[in-house]
Design a protein around this ligand. Structure first.
Ligand code: ZN
Length: 122
């Protein structure tokens, strides 16, 4: 057996600690990987929550305006005044050769300065 190679490297979590190891695959100081993964996941979730918050706000506005009606039409100015962000959509569906944006189960039918909100039937 030859001499074992020893690796020195800074812990990947960024704590500043240096690790000494014979394993080339060891990147974290003991216990730091789990803690670091949790922090990374929490940060991802936090960022996603911020994005979803604005999207959900716009959806709630449309949903409330629709209520039990199958479709309603409002000026974009009115919708913006209500706090909707008209740039949001979650998918695009094709209806009669037209591509139409939706937020979840609500179609957003564009008509110059107006937007028709229409509930997609389940
Ligand atoms: Zn560390």
């Amino acid at each position: 057996m030859g001499q074992q190679k020893i690796y020195y490297r800074p812990c990947k979590c960024g704590c500043g600690q240096r690790i000494k190891t014979t394993k080339n695959t060891k990147l974290y100081a003991d216990g730091h990987q789990v803690e670091n993964n949790n922090l990374v996941q929490n940060e991802k979730r936090r960022k996603l929550n911020i994005l979803n918050k604005d999207l959900n706000k716009t959806y709630q506005i449309y949903d409330k305006l629709l209520g039990i009606k199958s479709s309603v039409r409002f000026s974009k100015e009115y919708l913006r005044g209500k706090g909707a962000d008209l740039s949001f959509n979650t998918k695009t569906v094709q209806i009669e050769k037209k591509m139409i944006n939706c937020i979840f189960d609500i179609l957003l039918i564009n008509d110059d300065e107006y937007l028709t909100l229409k509930r997609i039937k389940k």
